[in-house]
Design a protein around this ligand. Structure first.
Ligand code: SF4
Length: 192
């Protein structure tokens, strides 16, 4: 049977009307299919890492979180309960799934020696030990306890960049530790 473009739309409209008459709603059916896609996933709430707006996210992971399995994130959307974005995301935040699965994403620490031309992979132990050593050396050299008669206890030559995805508790502890060291320059991309 040859169907023209106009004929195709007539048949489709008639079909939808008949289905609705039988109590079957295509809109509800489509919504059910979407729900099914996320049915077996687990939800994790987080913050978009891109800008200072700090929009809330829900990450949907597939996997039962058992010890020998890895969860794969299959969908990300705005968190409707988040006071900043109320479920919305800008195009950058809406494409976060590609950032997470990008083959270029950095997943471990790397080091480039002074004068070196390439990066080499290092362990977290090595990287954290080196960071701690460099911080201590810089603080020993530049910590300022007094400014004239005024006690200031400040360390202004090293800055700290925290992560927007940290929890409240991690953020609280980060500020406490760094202020105790006298560090004044502390920031993160989401300002949360
Ligand atoms: S979703 Fe867009 S506006 Fe919101 S924090 Fe991410 S980049 Fe910023």
């Amino acid at each position: 049977m040859k169907v023209t473009r106009r004929g195709f739309f007539k048949i489709t409209a008639a079909g939808s009307t008949s289905l609705a008459a039988l109590g079957f709603s295509p809109a509800e059916a489509l919504a059910q299919a979407r729900q099914f896609k996320l049915q077996r996933t687990s939800e994790t709430r987080n913050t978009c890492p891109y800008c200072s707006v700090g929009c809330g996210l829900i990450l949907y992971g597939l996997g039962d979180r058992s010890k020998n399995s890895r969860t794969a994130i299959i969908h990300i959307e705005g968190d409707p309960d988040h006071p900043v974005n109320r479920g919305t995301l800008c195009p950058k935040g809406a494409s976060l799934i590609d950032f997470i699965h990008s083959p270029d994403r950095l997943k471990y620490p790397e080091y480039r020696e002074p004068g070196g031309t390439g990066w080499k992979r290092v362990t977290w132990d090595w990287a954290l030990g080196r960071i701690a050593r460099l911080m201590k050396e810089d603080r020993d050299r530049n910590f300022l306890a007094q400014n004239g008669a005024l006690t200031v206890n400040r360390w202004t030559t090293t800055a700290f960049l925290a992560a927007s995805a940290s929890s409240n508790e991690t953020g609280y502890l980060t500020v406490k530790v760094l202020r105790a060291l006298g560090m004044t320059a502390l920031d993160n991309q989401a300002r949360v």
